[in-house]
Design a protein around this ligand. Sequence first.
Ligand SMILES: C[S@@+](CC[C@H](N)C(=O)[O-])C[C@H]1O[C@@H](n2cnc3c(N)ncnc32)[C@H](O)[C@@H]1O
Length: 255
Amino acid sequence: MQSTMNQPPHFRRAAGRPGGAAPDPAQIRCMFGAIARRYDRTNTVLSAGVHHGWRRALVRWSGAAPGMRVLDCATGTGDLALAFRRVVGPAGRVAAVDFCPEMLARAPAKARRQGLDIQFALGDVLALPYGAGCFDMASIAFGIRNVSDPVRGLAEMSRVVRPGGAVLVLEFGQVALPVLRRLFEGCARRLLPRLGGWLTGNRAAYEYLERSRAAMPCGADFVELLRQTGRLEHPEYRALTGGIAYLYRGRVAYP
Ligand SMILES: C[S@@+](CC[C@H](N)C(=O)[O-])C[C@H]1O[C@@H](n2cnc3c(N)ncnc32)[C@H](O)[C@@H]1O
C-alpha cells in the first residue's frame, strides 16, 4: 500500500481524453487518501492563500442565489461546498461528493464548525448518485483533471442539473503571457514537488499535480471539452491570476 501511495499515478491510454492518457482512478483515490490530513494546509502554503479567493470567484460568477440547490463534485475537504452554502442560505441546499473517503472525512467537521448544513456523500463524478435535473448548478474545483474521462464527467454533471442551470469548473491552467509562463512553469516544476513533498511527505503527489496541470487543456481548448458533452451551451471562461487558474461555465441545454 505504502509503495502505491508514494508513486505518481500511472496514466493509461484513453481514447476520449485530451493528450490520450488518463490517470488511474484507484491510484488517484489512494494518492489523495495519503495527503488528506495535510491537504488544506499545503494548499494554503503553496498558493499563499490565493486558492480561497479563486473558489469565491467561482461562487460569484456562478450566479448562485438564496434558495438554490447546488452539487459540488470532487469536493475533497469541502471548501467550495462551504462557500456555496453561505450564499444559498437556509432555503437552499448543498450536496457534495468525492470518491476518496479520507478527503471527504475531513469535510463534515469543517461544516459543523461553521454552522453550515451540507449533505456529503461518497460518490464518483462519472456515476453521480442523484436523479436527472435535481440541482440548479453543479461545480468541480481542481477535480476534473483527475477524472479519467473529463468529457464524461462534465456530461454526468450536466445530467443532474436542470435545463438552463449551470456547470462550473475551476482548474489550473497555463499562464497566458509567454515570459511569465516560462518563469512560472520553471518555478512550479522545481518548487511544487519539493515543497509539497516536504509538507505532506508525498512528493509523488505534487509531481503528479505539476504534470497533470501542465497537460490539462485550458481556455478555449477546455471550452471544447464542454462542447463535446453535447449538453452544455454558451460555454465561457475567465483566467484568474494571469492564467494560473481558470473558471469555466456552461448552461445545460433544454431538451
Ligand atoms: C485536488 S482535490 C480538489 C478538492 C476540492 N474540490 C478543492 O477545491 O480543494 C481533487 C479531488 O478530486 C477527487 N476525485 C478525483 N476523481 C474523482 C472522481 N472520479 N469522482 C469523485 N471524486 C474524484 C479526489 O478524491 C480529490 O479529493
